[in-house]
Ligand binder design. Sequence first.
Ligand code: F2R
Ligand code: MG
Ligand code: MG
Ligand code: MG
Length: 312
Amino acid sequence: DDMSRINKARGLLFGLALGDCLGAPFEGRREVTETDIVTTRDGTGQLRHTDDTALTLVLARHLAHRVGDRPRTTESLIDVDVLAREFAEAWRDEPWRGYGGGVTKSFELIVSGEPWRSAIRAVFPEGSFGNGGAMRVAPVALVGGDVREVTELARRSTEVTHAHPDALHGAVCQAVATHLALALPSTEPARPKEFVRPVRQAVSSTSWEDKIDHVVDLAERNADPAEAAAELGNDVSATASVPLALLAFLRHSGDPDAVLRFAILAGGDTDTVAAMAGALAGAHSGYAALPTHATARLEAAKDLHLYAEHLA
Ligand code: F2R
Ligand code: MG
Ligand code: MG
Ligand code: MG
């Protein structure tokens, strides 16, 4: 029903921002303790977000402005030329949010008037394989009607910064998983093998199919965060972060706080892995299941509510 739809849309956006904010202090660390995380979560004062949430808000706003347009196509929902400029302007306005080196250069060039298609190959001619597309992609799951549409929107929202196939596959994986988490009743836990089947079909790459199988295997073996990081990786590349986030969700679906702790305890790109895992957990369990003391302290709470209501 409508209430649960709004609850899930809020859960998706707040789960993402919460993961980003709780993971941010530990980004790049090899080891994080449970006490580190709980201290941040249960503290007082505003929780500051990074590039992950900043660009998610840009994409959410872009979609919110277009979701009522008719006829509704993936081309009308995402105007790639406009979106590239909106992302670059968000960087220009707040360059201190912790952006990657590749996108920073691309955004600099886009802001100064260079077309995005060439700007995004200035640093990495083969395109960035970073997780920057996947980290911000979750809002497309709110507007895409089915897996095919979600896949296309994921690709369009990513390609304006990331041209490498792995960055695109990672965004498709995260977007489709988020779409499925929205559809799965909050009372039903995600069953790993069944849950990933449509994700596996959506990523058109055998190496990504293998990674998803690896995630299912680790979920069924109840792998701990350290083991998960050692086997799947935990760095800023899409291939070594999107599967880890999916595993965090599958290991603890139904318990968003545990999902976030798993993602952060795995170390490495903690803000981004927790942002992606948090989007999945929030989309599944809903806003009401998130730790309320922490969600109330999110810097972007007002905008997150606004876009959740608009996109739901
Ligand atoms: N960048 C960070 N964190 C590190 C620095 C934080 C801050 N500056 C600080 O000092 O505190 N976090 C954010 O970046 C990740 C998302 O990255 P995105 O948007 O994909 O950026 P980029 O620059 O395109 O890629 C990230 C790095 O990956 C390597 N890389 C990518 N493609 C490559 C290629 N084709 N060849 C070689 N290397 C490639 C580069 O090192 C890029 O800089 C998130 O973690 C977000 O939180
Ligand atoms: Mg970040
Ligand atoms: Mg239009
Ligand atoms: Mg990060």
